[in-house]
Design a protein around this ligand. Structure first.
Ligand code: AGP
Length: 611
C-alpha cells in the first residue's frame, strides 16, 4: 500500500527519496510527499496525485538537504488530498513523520489530544494523531527515539513510522509494528524503506526489522532496539534481486515484462530446490516422516492470486500426499472458528509476505498450535519470519499490481512440496517424482517458446476488447486457473469477468449465455475433455463465442469452440503453469486495447497491509 523512503547521508536526500518512491509506485498510492531537514527547519512538500505532481511542485525550488523522509499514500483515513498526504508535522513543525498502516485507536487518542492538549488538527488522518503524540513526548524527553518508544505504548494497530526532528539533525528514527520497514546500509549513508526495490542500487546491505522494534539511523550508524529498548542486531538479508530485475528492460509495462520473466523465475525456483543429483531438497522446510504422519489436516490460506495457486496446491497434495486439505481465503479463515490443532499444517502463500489478512490468519492458526509453513517471495517479510518453515519462491521483485510470476513460481513450489511430502510419506515413488521434476524442468523452454509465438492471443484480446464482460470456465485444475485468469482481467481492464466451474454453469450462470457473450473455456485436462466438450457446446448453442485453451494434439477441442489457443503438451497436473499464460496475455492486451493504466490499476495496491 503506502510507500516509505528515508535517507541520511551526504547526498541530496530529495533525489534519492523521490527515486525510491518511484520504485514503490507499484504498491499503489494516491498522493506523495517529502520532508527535508534543512538549516531553516523541516521543509514539507506534498501533493495529491502521482509523484510527478510532487516533482512539479518542487521543480523551481532549490531543495538541498542530506536527511529526509518521503511517502506515497494510499488513503485509509481521510480522502486523498494535499492536506491528508504525508508527511505530517507536530511540535510547531519541528517533528515530521510518515506512516504506513492504521492506528486503530486514533479516534479516542484524537479526542484526548484535542481536549487535554488543545491541539488543532490539520488533516483527517490517523497519522497526525501519531505525529502529535510523538511531538508531546519529544517535548518531555528531547529524544526522538524516546518519544517514539513512548508513543508506541499508546497507539494500537499495524503500522510503521519514520520520523525526523529539526532539533536532532542527522538522525532518522523508525518503528515497525506489523507493517514492513527495511533498513539499508551504505557507505557514509543509511536508508529506510517499506520495500526492497526502493533501496536497490543504493544500499550495500539490507536488514529486516522485527515487530515493535525501533531503529535509529545516522549517516554512519544503525542501531536496532527491541521493544524493551535493548540494543539488538540483525543479519543482512540475502537479497538476490538486482536493479535490472526491478526495471522494465524495454517492455512497455512491468506486467508484460513479468509475464516474460516467468520462464526464468520458474527455472530459478526449481534449480534452488534440487540437489546435485536432481533430488528435491526443501531446505527451510524439513518434514520428516514422523512429522508428516502426525499431520491429519492441512489448511492452505492466502488471498487473491496466491489463494488461486493454493487451490491447485490442494489438488496436488491430496493426490500425492493423501492428507485432506482445506483452502480458505485468509479474511474468512480468521473469523470462522476453523478446526485447527497441533496436528494441523497451515500453509500460508503470499508473494509480498506482508498481506495483513494472511498474516493474521497465520497468527490465529499458530495460536491454536498449528505448524506453519509459508511460501513467500519477499525475503525476510513478516509471513516468512513468523512461520516455522518457509519456502521462498525465486520470482525476483514483482512490481506489477497484477501478479503473474509470483503465481507460477508458487505453483512450482507446490509441485515440489507435494512431491517431497509424497516421497517422505511414501505415497509416491522416487521414480515418479524424478519424472515429474524432469517435466517441470522442461517448462521454462516450453513457456518461452509459447510466449514468443503468442500473437494469436493478442489478436483475440483486441478483437473482443469492446466486450463488457467475459466468462471463464473449466473443470478440475482448469477451474482453478479460470479463477486466476478472470481476476487478472478484472484487475487491469475494469470489466466484469466471472469464473465458474464448467459443470456448475447449468445450475444458474448459463442464463447469462447469449449472442455476443465471450466465454474462455479451459480444456487442458485430458480426462475431462469430453465433459468440457459438452459444456462448450452448451455455451455455443446459446450464441456465445467459445475461446478454448487446449493442449497441442487435442485437436478435437476445435470442434466445440469458436477459437482455440493451443499450449504445449504436458501432463494434466502441470498444465496450469502453461494455461495461465494465455490468460495473463489476454488480460494484458485487453486492458491495453482499452487504454487502461496497467501500471497503476485503480483502487488496487500491490501489498495489502490493511485488513
Ligand atoms: C493479484 O493479481 C493481486 N493483485 C492480489 O490478488 C494478490 O495476489 C493478493 O493481494 C495477495 O497478495 P500476496 O500474495 O502478496 O499475499
Amino acid at each position: 500500500m503506502c510507500g516509505i523512503v528515508g535517507y541520511v547521508g551526504k547526498r541530496n536526500a530529495k533525489d534519492i527519496i523521490i527515486d525510491g518512491l518511484k520504485r514503490l509506485e507499484y504498491r499503489g498510492y494516491d498522493s506523495a510527499g517529502i520532508a527535508l531537514l534543512t538549516d531553516k527547519g523541516i521543509l514539507v512538500r506534498k501533493r495529491v496525485g502521482g509523484i510527478a505532481n510532487l516533482e512539479n511542485l518542487i521543480s523551481d525550488e532549490n531543495l538541498s538537504a542530506n536527511v529526509g523522509i518521503g511517502h506515497t499514500r494510499w488513503a485509509t483515513h481521510g480522502a486523498p488530498s494535499d492536506v491528508n498526504s504525508h508527511p505530517h508535522t507536530a511540535f510547531n513543525d519541528r517533528i515530521s513523520i510518515v506512516h504506513n498502516g492504521i492506528i486503530e485507536n486514533y479516534a479516542e487518542l484524537k479526542h484526548m489530544l484535542v481536549k487535554e492538549h488543545k491541539i488543532e488538527f490539520k488533516s483527517e488522518t490517523d497519522t497526525e494523531v501519531a505525529a502529535h503524540l510523538i511531538g508531546l513526548h519529544y517535548e518531555e524527553t528531547g529524544s526522538l527515539e524516546d518519544a517514539i518508544f513512548e508513543t508506541a505504548k499508546e497507539i494500537k494497530g499495524a503500522y510503521s513510522i519514520v520520523a525526523v526532528a529539526a532539533d536532532e539533525p542527522g538522525k532518522l528514527v523508525a518503528i515497525r509494528n506489523d507493517a514492513p520497514i527495511i533498513v539499508g546500509k551504505g557507505n557514509g549513508e543509511n536508508f529506510v524503506a517499506s520495500d526492497i526495490p526502493a533501496l536497490l542500487g543504493y544500499a550495500e546491505e539490507i536488514y529486516p526489522m522485527g515487530n515493535s522494534e525501533v531503529v535509529v539511523l545516522t549517516e554512519d550508524s544503525i542501531t536496532f532496539y527491541n521493544s524493551k529498548r535493548k540494543v539488538i542486531t540483525h543479519n543482512p538479508l540475502d537479497v538476490n534481486w538486482d536493479i535490472d530485475a526491478a526495471e522494465k528492460e524495454g517492455f512497455e509495462h512491468f506486467l508484460l515484462k513479468e509475464i516474460f520473466d516467468q520462464p526464468n523465475a520458474i527455472r530459478e525456483t526449481i534449480k534452488r530446490r534440487l540437489d546435485s543429483k536432481g533430488n528435491i531438497n526443501l531446505e527451510g522446510a524439513t518434514f520428516t516422516k514422523e512429522i508428516l504422519d502426525d499431520i491429519n489436516k492441512i489448511y492452505i490460506v492466502a488471498c487473491g492470486t496466491s489463494y488461486y495457486a493454493g487451490l491447485v496446491g490442494k489438488a496436488l497434495i491430496e493426490k500425492y500426499v493423501k492428507i485432506p486439505v482445506e483452502t480458505d481465503v485468509a479474511s474468512e479463515f480468521r473469523y470462522r472458528d476453523a478446526i485447527v490443532d497441533k496436528h494441523t499444517l497451515f500453509i500460508a502463500i503470499s508473494q509480498s509476505g506482508e498481506t495483513s489478512d494472511t498474516l493474521q490468519a497465520l497468527r490465529e492458526a499458530k495460536a491454536h498450535g498449528a505448524r506453519i509453513l509459508s511460501i513467500v517471495n519477499v525475503v525476510g517479510s513478516s509471513v516468512a519470519r513468523e512461520s516455522d518453515d518457509c519456502l521462498y519462491t525465486w520470482a525476483g521483485p514483482e512490481i506489477s499490481v497484477a501478479s503473474t510470476k509470483a503465481y507460477t513460481t508458487q505453483l512450482i513450489m507446490l509441485y515440489l512440496l507435494s512431491l517431497y511430502m509424497g516421497i517422505t510419506k511414501k505415497t509416491v515413488t522416487k521414480k515418479f517424482a524424478k519424472e515429474f521434476v524432469d517435466e517441470l524442468l522442461a517448462i521454462p523452454d516450453k513457456m518461452l517458446d509459447y510466449l514468443n509465438n503468442a500473437k494469436e492471443v493478442e489478436k483475440l484480446a483486441v478483437k473482443f476488447s469492446d466486450k463488457k464482460q467475459i466468462f471463464y470456465i473449466g473443470r478440475g485444475l482448469d477451474a482453478h486457473v479460470a479463477f486466476e485468469g478472470s481476476l487478472k482481467l478484472k484487475e487491469i481492464s475494469y470489466i466484469n469477468s466471472f469464473a465458474i466451474q464448467a459443470g456448475e454453469l447449468k445450475h444458474g450462470t448459463i442464463a447469462l449465455m447469449e449472442e455476443g457473450v465471450v466465454t474462455i473455456a479451459l480444456s487442458t485436462q485430458d480426462a475431462l475433455i469430453s465433459k468440457m466438450a459438452s459444456n462448450m457446446q452448451e455455451v455455443k448453442a446459446r450464441g456465445a463465442y467459445v475461446l478454448a485453451i487446449a493442449k497441442e494434439g487435442n485437436d478435437k477441442v476445435k470442434d466445440h469452440s469458436s477459437y482455440t489457443l493451443f499450449i504445449p503438451r504436458v501432463r494434466d497436473e502441470i498444465a496450469p503453469l502453461l494455461s495461465v499464460v494465455p490468460l495473463q496475455l489476454f488480460a494484458y492486451y485487453f486492458a491495453k486495447a482499452n487504454d487502461r493504466p496497467i501500471h497503476k490499476p485503480r483502487n488496487l495496491a500491490k501489498s495489502v497491509t490493511v485488513e
